[in-house]
Design a protein around this ligand. Structure first.
Ligand SMILES: Cc1cc2nc3c(=O)[nH]c(=O)nc-3n(C[C@H](O)[C@H](O)[C@H](O)COP(=O)(O)OP(=O)(O)OC[C@H]3O[C@@H](n4cnc5c(N)ncnc54)[C@H](O)[C@@H]3O)c2cc1C
Length: 374
């Protein structure tokens, strides 16, 4: 996609965010849900389709295009909105990578059109970092699998029509893991919403599977192929979480700068104080470094490389930076930064989920070190 196309994509998403999201985001956050019809509206302007195969209604799109969408959605100041609206961005790729065309054709088009919601269900109450040891079982019974177990912290989990679920079909370890697409409305699936520190408007679920019968044709790839498919998916998720962290740091800087220019203390604007300018500049230089690492890594990914260590470093560096920047921004806004309704207050509450979800910082630093041969 050319630069002009990127700019027109940015304009489209910008107007969508300003028209359909910004006026309502405060109410959605306080109400802890956004309306389902937002998926359809996003689908209508193609936001959900970029980067997916054209045969299921997708549009060609690079990592750079997804970053533009994330950046513009970040102007809403709500990571929960992004996580919920784009949950198919982690739920659908394992199906694309592993499933037969017939299965992809059955489920893909309605997800990209925004008619159906798709979620990724990997994490379990017993642990999320150690994916290879997950315990939810899928046992073959004729033309079906029978699924038993639990998943937790699942984004879009209460509302999802399709749950791309990591299950154990074989023995211990990574080789026994498969991906099964489960109809969220099947008998035996029970789902309850979880309350969170941040990401309030995002539906986050605890899900139980109690003898859920799933047609065997909904297995994505062969038995035991799930772990590799999921690991590949994690790279994309981690890069996008890094992109969110950079975009939110930029939002915090913009709001802190505007406030510092307007706010008077002791007869002068805050920005006239050397200490305030130093703070704002440090926030800016560290965020610029995070953006440079993000863009360099995205360029490699778009060139067909799989730079796992760099992807880990993008996420760890950008999310550490966001914790620092959001904290400084709240401090600069003073009491107002502590008030609900400011973007920096919400982003400050959301920083932790970016350092935990999609691979905790400690796990990713360990993975990066191993990738570097240490
Ligand atoms: C709001 C939200 C949305 C989420 N959405 C989804 C979703 O859509 N789908 C999904 O499958 N999951 C989702 N998750 C789950 C998320 O991916 C997991 O929380 C994450 O992978 C960590 O797993 P855990 O919480 O079980 O922590 P654990 O694995 O129990 O680890 C706890 C902490 O211990 C530390 N730690 C763990 N292992 C090590 C180690 N070897 N060395 C050093 N330190 C270590 C880390 O700091 C880690 O944060 C979501 C989580 C949240 C909070």
């Amino acid at each position: 996609m050319s630069e002009i196309d990127l700019q027109s994509l940015r304009n489209t998403v910008h107007h969508f965010v300003q028209r359909e999201i910004v006026p309502h985001i405060e109410a959605w956050e306080e109400g802890e849900i956004f309306p389902k019809d937002l998926y359809k509206k996003a689908g209508d302007i193609g936001i959900l389709s970029l980067g997916f195969p054209e045969r299921i209604g997708g549009l060609p799109g690079s990592t750079a295009t997804t970053m533009v969408i994330v950046e513009e959605l970040a102007q809403s100041g709500s990571g929960g909105l992004i996580a919920g609206l784009l949950s198919h961005g982690i739920g659908l790729p394992p199906v694309v990578a592993l499933a037969r065309d017939a299965l992809l054709d059955e489920v893909g088009p309605s997800i990209l059109a925004g008619d159906k919601i798709c979620a990724l269900a990997v994490t379990e109450p017993g642990g999320g970092s150690d994916v290879a040891n997950l315990r939810t079982t899928a046992v073959r019974d004729g033309d079906h699998y029978v699924v038993n177990g639990s998943k937790t912290f699942i984004t879009s989990g209460v509302r999802a029509d399709w749950l791309t679920t990591a299950v154990r079909t074989g023995g211990d370890g990574a080789g026994g893991v498969s991906v099964l697409l489960i109809d969220g409305h099947s008998p035996g699936v029970s789902r309850s919403p979880l309350k969170k520190m941040g990401w309030w408007c995002s539906d986050t679920a605890l899900i139980h599977f109690d003898d859920v019968r799933v047609p065997a044709k909904y297995l994505c790839g062969g038995e035991g192929m799930g772990f590799l498919g999921l690991m590949h998916n994690f790279n994309h998720e981690r890069l996008m979480l890094g992109a969110m962290a950079v975009a939110f740091a930029e939002v915090c800087i913009a709001d802190a700068l505007e406030w510092s220019q307007d706010r008077q203390t002791f007869g002068r604007p805050l920005i006239s104080r050397q200490l305030v300018r130093q703070n704002l500049l440090q926030m800016t230089e560290r965020t610029a470094a995070a953006r440079a690492l993000l863009e360099a890594t995205a360029t490699k990914v778009d060139a067909g490389e799989e730079p796992v260590a760099e992807v880990c470093m993008v996420k760890t560096f950008a999310t550490d930076n966001l914790e620092y920047v959001a904290g400084q921004a709240v401090q600069l806004l003073g009491g107002m930064g502590y008030m609900r309704g400011t973007r920096v207050e919400r982003i400050f509450r959301e920083t932790k989920v970016l350092s935990i979800g999609g691979g905790a910082t400690e796990i990713l630093r360990d993975l990066a070190a191993r990738q570097l041969g240490w």
